[in-house]
Design a protein around this ligand. Structure first.
Ligand SMILES: Cc1ncc(COP(=O)(O)O)c(C=O)c1O
Length: 361
C-alpha cells in the first residue's frame, strides 16, 4: 500500500535545473543578500505588495529578527498558544513576556476579543498566526492595535499566498509579516523564511535587518566592513533562493489546487468540527476535530494515510508555564487531526481520505 504523505513538496524540472545551475556556478551563499537572494526578495515584494523584504534562513529566524525591531524587553507580547513554538520563542529571545490568549473555535485563529482583554500597560505587540493559512480577523486586530498603540507582527508561516488578498481588501499591512519556506510549506525551500516590512520606517528597518541577518556586518566597502551591534548567521543561501524563485511562479496555481481539495473536504467530510472553506485561504493545513483522536489516527494510519496533530499548545510545554486557562486551545490540542491536503494528492487518494474520516461521522 502506497503511503499518503501528510506533506509533500511539489517540484519539477524547473527546480532541478535551477539547483544544478547553482551548484555548477560555485556561488552557493553570501550573507550580503546579493545574487538570487536579492532576486527572490524583489519578486516576493512585488507578489505581496509590501514595502521591503528581508530573506532569511527560516521562519524562526524571521520571527526572531522581526521582534528585534521593537523594544520588547520586559514588555508583554500577546499571541495564540495554538502554534509552533517559534511564535513564542521569538518573544523570549528578545527579552519579552509571552501572554497566551485563546483562539476562535471556527477558524482556530487568535480571538480579537481575547486580545483586547489581555492588553495591559506593558503590552507592546501582538503576534497573530494565520492558522493553516486562514486569515485572522485582520479588521478587528488592526482596530485593537490602533486603539492601544500596539505593533502587529504577523506569523504568516502557513499563509504564503493567502492573507495578502485580505490585506488588499482592507487596505492594511502589518508592521512585519514573517513567512516560513520550510519544505512542508506552500512555497517550499530546503530551509528559508522572509520578513516583509510595511512599517513607516521600513527603509531603516530593512537596513537594520540586512545587517542583523549577517552577524551585524555593516558599511561594506570592498573587503572592509564594520560591526556596530550583534547579529546572527540567518541569511538565505542561493539554493533556497533559486528553488523559491521557481516555487513562487507556481504558488497561486498550487494554492488553487489546495483550495479545491479543501472545498471537497468541507463539503464531503461529515464531521461537525472541521476547517471552514474560504476562497482566500492558502490551506497549508486542513484540520478536523475528533473526540477519539487515537482511534481515528490509527484507522487512517492503517489505511496508509499519514496525519498530524498541529499543535500541542505552547502553554502546555514545560518552558511556558500555563498562566491562565485557554479552554478552546486546550480542547483543540486534544482533538485536532491534520490530514493531507498537498497538491500532489490524486483524486483516488482524496476520496480514500474522505471515506476513512467519514467512518467516524
Ligand atoms: C506557525 C509557525 N510559525 C513559525 C514556524 C517556524 O518556521 P521554520 O520552521 O521555517 O523556522 C513554523 C514552522 O513550522 C510555523 O508553523
Amino acid at each position: 500500500m502506497k503511503k499518503i504523505k501528510l506533506f509533500d513538496p511539489v517540484f519539477d524540472q524547473d527546480e532541478i535545473k535551477a539547483v544544478i545551475k547553482t551548484l555548477k556556478s560555485g556561488f552557493w551563499a553570501s550573507g550580503s543578500g546579493s545574487g538570487n537572494v536579492l532576486k527572490f526578495e524583489n519578486k516576493f515584494k512585488k507578489y505581496t505588495q509590501s514595502k521591503a523584504c528581508v530573506a532569511v534562513n527560516s521562519g524562526t529566524a524571521a520571527l526572531n529578527l522581526a521582534l528585534s525591531l521593537f523594544d520588547v524587553k520586559n514588555k508583554e507580547v500577546i499571541l495564540p498558544s495554538l502554534s509552533f513554538v517559534s511564535t513564542a520563542h521569538c518573544i523570549v529571545e528578545n527579552g519579552g513576556i509571552p501572554i497566551f490568549v485563546d483562539v476562535e473555535p471556527n477558524t482556530l485563529c487568535i480571538d480579537p476579543k481575547k486580545i483586547k482583554q489581555a492588553v495591559s500597560k506593558k503590552t507592546i505587540a501582538v503576534i497573530p498566526v494565520h492558522f493553516g493559512g486562514m486569515s485572522c480577523n485582520q479588521d478587528e486586530i488592526h482596530k485593537i492595535a490602533r486603539s492601544f498603540n500596539l505593533e502587529i507582527i504577523e506569523d504568516a508561516a502557513h499563509a504564503v499566498g493567502t492573507t495578502w488578498k485580505n490585506y488588499r481588501k482592507i487596505g492594511a499591512h502589518s508592521s512585519a509579516v514573517c513567512f516560513s519556506f520550510h519544505p512542508v510549506k506552500n512555497l517550499a525551500m530546503p530551509t528559508g523564511g522572509l520578513i516583509s516590512l510595511n512599517h513607516k520606517n521600513h527603509k531603516k528597518f530593512k537596513k537594520i535587518l540586512d545587517s542583523r541577518r549577517w552577524c551585524g556586518i555593516t558599511d561594506r566597502k570592498d573587503t572592509d566592513y564594520d560591526v556596530r551591534e550583534i547579529g546572527w548567521n540567518y541569511y538565505m543561501n542561493e539554493f533556497s533562493a533559486v528553488i523559491g524563485l521557481q516555487q513562487l511562479k507556481k504558488l497561486d496555481k498550487l494554492n488553487k489546487k489546495r483550495r479545491k481539495i479543501a472545498e471537497r473536504y468541507y463539503n464531503e467530510i461529515s464531521l461537525e468540527s472541521k476547517m471552514p472553506f474560504d476562497q482566500n485561504c492558502s490551506y497549508h493545513l486542513y484540520w478536523i476535530l475528533v473526540k477519539n483522536r487515537q482511534k481515528v489516527r490509527k484507522e487512517l494510519a492503517q489505511n496508509g494515510i499519514e496525519t498530524g496533530t498541529h499543535y500541542k499548545p505552547i502553554h502546555s510545554m514545560k518552558m511556558y508555564k500555563k498562566s491562565n486557562s485557554l479552554p478552546i486551545t486546550e480542547r483543540v490540542g486534544k482533538q485536532i487531526v491534520t490530514i493531507p491536503i498537498h497538491p500532489n494528492l490524486k483524486n483516488s487518494e482524496i476520496e480514500k481520505i474522505i471515506n476513512t474520516v467519514n467512518k467516524f461521522a
